[in-house]
Design a binder for this molecule. Structure first.
Ligand code: 5GP
Ligand code: ZN
Length: 120
């Protein structure tokens, strides 16, 4: 399978890993959008969040809990942070192995997109 994040999991491509356990790994995004920008991925290949099955729900919960753990360790849990799953083209997904973005260390804008909704 030609999956970039499976290659990082298999150590075929290097990454700055900040956390790992038997279910997930977390590593620094190569193109950070915040002082801390970490991607939390499951060891199991799941292409998009549309492909999450009932038996994966504990795993996905563990990804979220891992983001909170990293935020606490980084020291910005109380100040706050952003977590994001992008899904498919309109969601801005570019790597088709689910990943939770953890962005922290600066105030985040909302909404995160630039274009206004067309009302006409
Ligand atoms: P997406 O757009 O799919 O939600 O997020 C993919 C993320 O993966 C992007 O933020 C991008 O910067 C990051 N990324 C792409 N290629 C690599 C890589 O080779 N190494 C790392 N560490 N991050 C990557
Ligand atoms: Zn994969």
């Amino acid at each position: 399978m030609d999956c970039l994040f499976c290659k990082i999991l298999n150590q075929e491509i290097p990454a700055q890993i900040v956390y790992e356990d038997d279910k997930v790994i977390a590593f620094n995004d190569i193109n950070p959008e915040a002082p801390t920008h970490v991607l939390i991925i499951p060891r199991k290949h799941i292409a998009t969040i549309n492909d999450i099955e009932a038996q994966d729900c504990e795993l996905v919960g563990h990804m979220v809990a891992t983001a909170a753990k990293i935020a606490k360790q980084a020291g910005f849990a109380d100040d706050g942070y952003r977590t994001v799953f992008n899904c498919n083209e309109d969601g801005g997904q570019t790597v088709y192995h689910i990943h939770l973005h953890l962005l922290g260390g600066k105030p985040m804008g909302w909404p995160p997109y630039q274009e206004k909704l067309k009302t006409a």
